[in-house]
Design a protein around this ligand. Structure first.
Ligand SMILES: C[S@@+](CC[C@H](N)C(=O)[O-])C[C@H]1O[C@@H](n2cnc3c(N)ncnc32)[C@H](O)[C@@H]1O
Length: 860
């Protein structure tokens, strides 16, 4: 026992020592009495006590514990007659304890500055003495929360018998295979990758309970490790030497994992900024510009801050729920001379076949995600820049009293500022891209059968938030005589495209949109519902609930279903229907070419692709006031015929619409000709959103649109009226049918239209973004205009939407479906209109409004 003479111990010394021990998981109650004894023993000579980072203190604590343990064991032995097992246990315990003490002293070495005076060994180390701080806390942990646990690994082949809490200690870790590819070459990304460097990075405190270690060591014959010497090169330097040195560093193994060689932990330093970063100059002078540290630096003791995301998640027990790997950490550290380091520590053991991805690719993917989620439109937005700015802010905000001034002096147009933009969650997300891939396995109406899985065309990485993307092999049928091209699927389905859009295998991409509840978060955001099929991304957002749109296949162009007759034969295009002698842009010609004949000798488009005012107004007026415009009446109306083949009701009349005729492939002009607008596809920035008025999903523009601008065309399956009628009969009522459109603009011109020629578009199962456009009875901001592109046969045409007026960004886009809400015989049951326009034609609403009005009047 220690002598009992009392000396007066300075409080600060006790606190400092307790903090250092606490950092290693040694409880204060154990430390204080031993410390008292030591102070007495050494007559308050604290230099001796603090030397070698409290080595004597640690020794004394352990000895005391051993004595206690031996005593209790002896008592147990006395109680029990069986003493055989004890013979072997004590020496083992002693051995481990000794080694444990070495390790602990080394640990304190590595956290020198937290309590103990630097030992000789610690002075050999480059001094990165990080002060640890937890995310979410505003407190700076100056000592009592400093945790420096040691990364531990078991010997090869030893499985962890105590997976819940007990790490295993080992002397050396074999080289980390994750840093090399399968052929043993260094990963080209290696410069950014390193094995965890214990001297410099904080280790997860959960692993650090000394009692657990002691218990575990008692039960397993495992050697303690030595804290490896910190290799400055390991921080960022790519040299192979440094890497090999780093390989020898022990690593963390998730506590509930069986240890295998696959249990690898990698530290990916994401950003290291140095004192002389452009926006934050330190007094220490200019940065070296690289990631290694000067000798001078190595011997300087730095105070540092640490953020450990994993700590926080674990503290709240959220990591499991969030899918955070047990020992994945995101660390941020800073030092007073202006260095900040962000490291991502990944535990790859959870995922088989995990490799170090290309960091550029990761940044790119994250940037895309951020663009979508936060509505960032700034083209120069960069995750790496963001990280760097994060570091800079970290330094600035952490710099005590001068926070505000420092922040004020920081660049105002930083990446972080972009994230402050209010646009955030609800809006935006755009990027130009083009690509084809992925095909559905089957359609909901059973018309498509997946024959094989084949990879085709340009591959786009499968976004994580979608599922249901598969690839379908199709057989190509190409009619070489009349140059019509289509792809047949299951004999029923044909894809209508220009010949140039078919690849050599005749495989066309169609994408299925399976919005899976499993894969989305409460605030729904899909970056691009077109999956690259359009020239622009079209996002979908639901800011209020977890509701998702029904599944459908996104198609950018109409597809023929079964019997619908569409003939794109070039032979059908006469010389009068094209401008083969034209060159360049037809709309710049002094005398309009033959393609303007359809629109009275003048092109419908003006320069810039807007529909000319006069033409547009006529179309709008026709829609708003059909009775004042020319209607034609079919002798044998396909619409009525589809309802009842035997007793054909008289035709109710169809509007004689004005067509736009665009130049096409038999024309000599260029693809950029001003008389080619609809065929170029969507160029406007659009978004699908959940309407607040109860109309379901709607479409809105994310940019201001001028009057007469082309927005999109209505794309769907080209079906006959009969088919549509049958589909409606088959529908269970539970299915949500989008409203079909009749391609009836020219039904009157051909006497009796054959059934396969009386067409309509159904976007319920296959469609484009137009399937989300809602109806508005009056004052809709879109008008539909028939557009002739591939064929002069007007029983098939494109139905294109143009703005009726200037439309502001975020306004919902609507068009008048032309519904007669009183026609109870219509094949599609009319919905209860929520358009809220003054001229709403749904009489049920006017009755409702009338009742409401009367009630209000009575109240008044
Ligand atoms: C072409 S879809 C439009 C997109 C649809 N809102 C959705 O959620 O998928 C047509 C359907 O939307 C709904 N709808 C469109 N306009 C509406 C309106 N003014 N009032 C109420 N429902 C409307 C009806 O259910 C209609 O059958």
């Amino acid at each position: 026992m220690m002598p009992s003479r009392k000396v007066k111990i300075p409080k600060a010394k006790i606190l400092k020592a307790c903090n250092s021990m606490k950092a290693m998981g040694i409880a204060e109650e154990l430390v204080r009495p031993v410390l008292n004894d030591l102070a007495n023993l050494y007559d308050n000579n604290w230099a001796l006590i603090e030397d070698e980072n409290y080595r004597v203190l640690i020794d004394a604590i352990f000895e005391q514990q051993e004595v206690k343990g031996t005593k209790s064991k002896a008592r147990e032995e006395e109680a029990s007659l069986d003493d055989e097992s004890e013979d072997s246990e004590l020496p083992l315990k002693r051995l481990c304890s000794r080694q444990q003490k070495d390790a602990l002293v080394a640990m304190v070495d590595s956290v020198a500055g937290f309590g103990g005076t630097p030992s000789r060994s610690s002075q050999e180390l480059p001094q990165f003495h990080w002060r640890k701080n937890r995310v979410g806390s505003t407190q700076h942990f100056e000592g009592d929360e400093l945790v420096k646990s040691v990364p531990l690994l078991p010997p090869e082949g030893v499985s962890n018998k105590y997976p819940e809490t007990r790490p295993i200690l080992r002397e050396k870790e074999p080289p980390q295979p994750c840093l090399k590819d399968q052929r043993g070459r260094s990963d080209p990304l290696f410069p950014r990758t390193q094995v965890q460097d214990k001297g410099k990075k904080p280790i997860h405190p959960r692993l650090g309970q000394i009692e657990n270690r002691l218990n575990y060591e008692k039960e397993t014959h495992i050697e303690c490790f030595k804290v490896p010497k910190i290799e400055p090169d390991c921080v960022n330097s790519p040299t192979e030497d440094a890497v090999n040195k780093c390989h020898n560093a022990p690593s963390i193994v998730p506590k509930n994992k069986t240890f295998t060689n696959d249990n690898l932990q990698l530290v990916v330093p994401l950003v290291v900024i140095h004192p002389a970063s452009p926006s934050l100059k330190s007094e220490d002078g200019p940065s070296s510009g690289n990631c290694s540290h000067s000798k001078e630096d190595e011997h300087k003791v730095h105070e540092s801050n640490y953020l450990d995301v994993a700590d926080e998640a674990n503290a709240s027990g959220e990591d499991q729920a969030n899918g955070v790997s047990d020992s994945s950490q995101f660390d941020i550290a800073s030092s007073p001379n202006g260095e900040v380091k962000i490291s991502l520590i990944l535990n790859t053991s959870q995922q088989s076949g995990c490799h170090i991805p290309n960091l550029d690719a990761v940044s790119k993917a994250l940037e895309d995600k951020c663009r979508g989620t936060y509505g960032i439109t700034e083209p120069s937005f960069s995750v790496m820049k963001l990280m760097q700015e994060f570091c800079e802010y970290f330094l600035a905000i952490g710099a005590d009293s001068t926070d505000d001034e420092k922040l004020k002096t920081m660049e105002t147009s930083s990446t972080l500022d972009i994230l402050k933009e209010p646009a955030a969650q609800d809006v935006l997300g755009r990027g130009d891209h083009k690509g084809k891939f992925c095909i559905p396995s089957s359609s909901s109406n059973g018309s498509v059968k997946c024959q094989n899985l084949v990879e085709v065309g340009q591959k786009i990485p499968r976004p994580i938030y979608m599922n249901g993307l598969d690839i379908l092999r199709c057989t190509l049928t190409s009619n070489k005589v009349n140059k019509s091209c289509y792809i047949e699927r299951d004999e029923n389905l044909k894809v209508l495209r220009g010949p140039e859009s078919l690849n050599s295998c005749g495989i066309v991409a169609v994408q299925k949109h399976c919005f899976s509840v499993d894969t989305v978060k409460p605030l729904q955001y899909f970056d691009d519902i077109t999956k690259g099929e359009e020239m622009v991304k079209i996002s979908l957002v639901n800011g209020t609930s977890s509701q998702l749109p029904p599944n459908f296949f996104y198609i950018p162009q109409n597809i023929v279903f079964q019997k619908a007759y569409v003939n794109f034969a070039l032979a059908r295009i006469s010389d009068e229907d094209c401008c083969s002698n034209c060159f360049g842009d037809c709309t710049s010609l002094a005398i309009p070419c033959a393609c303007a004949r359809e629109t009275g000798g003048e092109f419908a488009y003006q320069q810039g692709g807007l529909v000319k005012e006069k033409f547009l107004e006529e179309c709008i007026s026709m829609n708003r006031d059909p009775q004042n415009h020319r209607l034609f009446y079919c002798k044998n109306c396909p619409l009525e015929r589809s309802r009842n083949e035997n007793t054909s009701n008289p035709c109710k009349g169809h509007l004689v619409r004005k067509f736009i005729k665009e130049c096409w492939c038999k024309c000599g002009c260029s693809k950029k000709c001003g008389n080619r607008v609809v065929q170029r596809g969507i160029t406007v920035n659009l978004q699908v959103f959940l309407t607040p008025e109860g109309k379901g999903w709607g479409l809105r523009t994310l940019e201001n649109l001028p009057k007469g601008a082309f927005v999109c065309e209505y794309v769907g399956e080209i079906v006959t009226n009969t088919e549509l009628y049958e589909r409606n009969l088959r529908s269970t009522g539970k299915e949500r049918h989008t409203y079909p459109v009749l391609l009836d603009a020219d039904w009157g011109s051909e006497g009796v239209l054959k059934d396969e020629e009386a067409l309509c578009l159904d976007a319920t199962f296959y469609g484009n973004v137009a399937r989300f456009i809602n109806h508005r009875c009056f004052d809709a901001n879109l008008v539909e205009i028939p557009v002739e592109v591939e064929t002069p046969d007007h029983h098939y045409y494109h139905l294109a939407f143009f703005t009726t007026r200037k439309v502001d960004a975020l306004e919902e886009l609507t068009w008048d479906y032309g519904i007669d809400f009183d026609d109870h015989n219509h094949p599609v049951k009319a919905f209860r209109c929520c358009c809220e326009s003054k001229g709403c034609r749904d009489t049920r609403n006017s009755k409702r409004h009338g009742v409401k009005r009367r009630k209000m009047e009575m109240k008044a």
